[in-house]
Design a protein around this ligand. Structure first.
Ligand SMILES: [Zn+2]
Length: 146
């Protein structure tokens, strides 16, 4: 069987990327940092090992506000692209909005459930986790404690 391959691009098309193989984790994220960074009531992060991901066109800008966390975005159109976190080594997250076929990525859980907007309702039976849904190295602290 051929290995899965997915592609994505920003809104203006200046930045594109290719992802090889299956993501290891797909998660709703209700965290308020990501809400503001992305400009959306919530996002869905698609998690890969860094060597599964490569840019095929253009190069994004990066931004860090939280220790150990680097976000990338298209400098022309502002589309959010990736999230790297030194506390989550060997993990790279891609925003679902960046994908050419976001319908292929069904989430496995809700992260930061306690921070969700109160009028959002979900009928799924996915796990609802009040913190990061991945084990994060405590040496980097909790971004919410800043
Ligand atoms: Zn763009």
């Amino acid at each position: 069987m051929e290995s899965r391959s997915d592609t994505g691009a920003c809104f203006c098309g200046a930045v594109a990327a290719e992802m090889q193989g299956d993501p290891f984790w797909i998660c709703f994220d209700h965290d308020d940092d990501c809400r503001r960074a992305i400009g959306s009531p919530l996002t869905i992060w698609v998690g890969y090992r860094p060597d599964q991901f490569r840019f095929t066109r253009g190069k994004p800008r990066s931004f860090s506000r939280t220790k150990g966390v680097v976000r990338t975005f298209c400098e022309k159109c502002g589309t959010s692209i990736t999230y790297r976190d030194e506390g989550l080594s060997d993990e790279l997250y891609v925003t679902i909005g960046f994908f050419d076929h976001p319908e292929r990525f069904k989430p496995h859980a809700h992260a930061y459930w306690r921070l969700r907007l109160p009028w959002l309702e979900f009928a799924d039976d996915l796990p609802r986790i009040d913190t990061y849904s991945r084990r994060r190295d405590p040496a980097f602290g909790n971004p919410n404690d800043r």
